[in-house]
Design a protein around this ligand. Structure first.
Ligand code: GDP
Length: 646
């Protein structure tokens, strides 16, 4: 709680202590301590005093501990040079952008009939802000059971949305008033008098992007697998995403009403992914359901409760509220609207909160049924109104003592965010691996592998995992066939992993995401080189003496077969430029199908040295004629990088 001495206030306001005490009495504030004012009393007093001064003296300027000459001049509507002159006369030399202390600024402004007062926020100790952002550890005795929060994941069309609908319908049957539910990003169902919270956004993208931002909201993942289709690529992704997050999985084998349904095949395939179901002797719970015919849904929910019980999910409802923003948007009528999941404490209408870089007082709370509520305890999702701006999904929110503090913390977070985006990220990278290992930052080297064929995934995985040492455990957290997607990058980001692509490339867009998330993406065309690199990185010997530097991307638009020469590709330079001595990668659907050199680079009939973005050109390749329309040719040069010895 903020506490300031009367003496201090008197100094700030250029008044005597007695004058301050008189004012306190005038304002009807009860002084509990004759030397200090604190908390709400302090706030109220300062507010009233400022108001009075404003009325009496007219010109009050609120400043921080320091102010630049320019800002001060602007606030008094004077020219900066005039202020500089004034300062000089007072024996202070200052330039326009220089910061001057509160005292000096105060002297200058008095000359112009202004009075300067200290912005209270600058008084709030850094430490205090820090401690408000840290959430206190809970005492075991304060914890009470809380409902589980569930996410539904699975391959597209396997029935995630249908299952969510079916689950919500189950609740209607159980007698809860239902029907129209307002979409707030989460919903609740009640089964056997227990509550289950469902996050409405199905799929692992939402799940992983939250986790990448440091938020863990899901307690249990329901993995939907269509019984007539079996394990598909996104099923595998979902499994790995849940595993990486350490979230227990319950398998819902869906569409068992279909004649082609083959639950046993699904179980076999699950076993191949390391998920051994109970009736096969494992410990993974699976339930055969039909979302369409509403079969076995209750049974599935009971299993959720069972797992929740084993997990012993608990929270302390009697502390300041803390949780995570599930989603948020700017509503035309209502301003910033955020759906938050309360994870600890109890959030009440009127509570001042910080959510990411947004702050404000909770003006209203709406539950998943669209009803206004006054409070929300642990494992409750509510929509809240009253924030200053729109936070991001995955942002943490915390309740703070007052809205001024909320604003300060939000501002501070903004500053931290800026700093962090400027600062090189602390994400793992092969180049810095040894250093990170030596500093004890790294105990696991997590890797996501993408390759052109399954065989390569396995081969790379096995060879890499064998590199594990006592210091570093090499772990492949996901392996798949195909181009490197945004989902791969987000998984890597969330799990602090690097991505190794073997004969594949990032799809467009995922490169930018990788850069933004500082995920180290390495692509190789020979397996041993990938292994070598990782091995070298682990021993601190990674030698980036030669790197491929991409110079441009070219799209193949037409193919000409010319006798005696071979295939010539009529191309368009999409970005950057291509050089006659460029090396080239030919990429088809994200897979590298050829790496080699150019045999010729032409503009119309002429041989040229380079062709830039926006121009057409003709390409032919050394010993390669299988280029096709739509292929992307990536031009690069091999650059020697000077070794930095440190
Ligand atoms: P999502 O992409 O995973 O969200 O899948 P949807 O819920 O949209 O379902 C995809 C398709 O499968 C839709 O046409 C559903 O009607 C159908 N479907 C979902 N569940 C079942 C089921 O249990 N049985 C049958 N026969 N069809 C289902």
């Amino acid at each position: 709680m903020t506490k300031t001495s009367i003496k201090h206030i008197a100094e700030d306001y250029n008044m005597s202590e007695q004058e301050i005490v008189n004012k306190i009495n005038d304002f009807g504030i009860e002084q509990t301590d004759e030397k200090y004012l604190e908390g709400e009393d302090l706030e109220l007093f300062i507010e009233m005093l400022n108001q009075e001064i404003k009325e009496e003296r007219g010109n009050v300027i609120e400043v921080d501990n320091k102010i630049t000459v320019q800002d001060l001049a602007e606030k008094m509507e004077k020219s900066a040079s005039e202020i500089i002159m004034k300062l000089m006369k007072m024996g202070t030399m200052a330039t326009i952008n220089q910061e001057i202390s509160f005292d000096i600024a105060s002297l200058v402004s008095n000359e112009y009939g202004f009075s300067l007062i200290k912005n209270e926020s600058s008084e709030l100790e850094e430490l205090e802000i820090e401690s408000l952002m840290d959430i206190e550890e809970d005492d075991e005795k304060d914890l009470v059971p809380r409902p589980p929060v569930v996410t539904v994941m699975g391959h597209v069309d396997h029935g995630k949305t249908s299952l969510l609908d079916a689950i919500r319908d189950t609740d209607v049957i159980s007698g809860e008033a239902g029907g129209i539910t307002q979409h707030i990003g989460a919903s609740e169902v009640r089964i056997k008098d227990h509550k289950i919270v469902l996050l409405d956004t199905p799929g692992h993208e939402a799940f992983t992007s939250m986790r990448a931002r440091g938020a863990q909201v899901t307690d249990i993942a329901i993995l939907v697998v269509a019984a007539d289709d079996g394990i598909m690529p996104q099923t595998v992704e979902a499994i790995n995403h849940a595993k990486a997050a350490g979230v227990p999985i319950i398998v819902a084998i869906n569409k068992i009403d279909k004649p082609a349904a083959n639950p046993d095949k699904v179980k076999q395939e699950l076993a191949d992914q390391g998920l051994l179901v109970e009736d096969w002797g494992g410990d993974v719970i699976s339930v055969e359901v039909s979302a369409k015919q509403r079969l076995n849904i209750e049974n599935l929910l009971e299993m959720v409760l069972l797992v929740a019980e084993v997990e012993e999910l608990k929270a302390n409802p009697n502390k300041r509220a803390v949780g995570t923003v599930i989603e948020a948007e700017l509503d035309k009528g209502r301003g910033p609207v955020a759906t938050v999941l309360v994870q600890g404490g109890t959030l009440r209408v009127g509570d001042p909160i910080v959510a990411g870089v947004a702050s404000g007082k909770v003006r209203a709370m709406i539950n998943f049924k669209g009803k206004r509520v006054k409070q929300a305890g642990p494992s409750t999702a509510v929509e809240i109104l009253g924030l200053s701006e729109v936070p991001s999904g995955g942002d943490q929110f915390v309740e703070v003592p007052n809205d001024k503090t909320a604003r300060l913390i939000a501002d501070k977070r903004k500053a931290i965010q800026r700093e962090e985006s400027l600062k090189a990220s602390s994400k793992i990278s092969l180049d810095a691996l040894f250093e990170q290992m030596s500093e004890g930052q790294v105990k696991d080297l997590n890797i996501v592998i993408k390759a052109d064929v399954q065989g390569s995934v396995q081969a790379v995985k096995q060879s890499l995992e064998k590199l594990s040492t006592d210091e570093v455990q090499v772990q492949v957290i996901h392996g798949g066939v195909g181009a490197i997607t945004e989902s791969d990058v987000m998984l890597a980001s969330a799990s602090n992993a690097i991505i190794i692509g073997f004969n594949v490339r990032p799809v467009s867009g995922s490169e930018q995401v990788a850069e933004k998330e500082s995920v180290d993406v390495r692509t190789y065309t020979v397996i041993y080189k990938a292994i070598e690199d990782v091995k070298a990185a682990m021993s601190g010997l990674l030698d980036p003496e030669y790197v491929d530097e991409d110079t441009g991307k070219v799209e193949v638009r037409e193919i000409y077969k010319i006798s005696g020469i071979g295939t010539v590709a009529g191309c368009y330079v999409l970005s950057g430029k291509i050089l006659r001595n460029s090396k080239v990668r030919i990429v088809r659907d994200g897979i590298i199908i050829h790496v080699g050199e150019l045999a010729a680079l032409k503009r119309f009939k002429d041989d040229v040295k380079e062709v830039a973005h926006g121009y057409e050109c003709g390409l032919s390749f050394v010993n390669y004629n299988d280029v096709k329309e739509g292929d992307i040719v990536e031009a690069y040069i091999v650059k020697e990088v000077e070794r930095t010895l440190d």
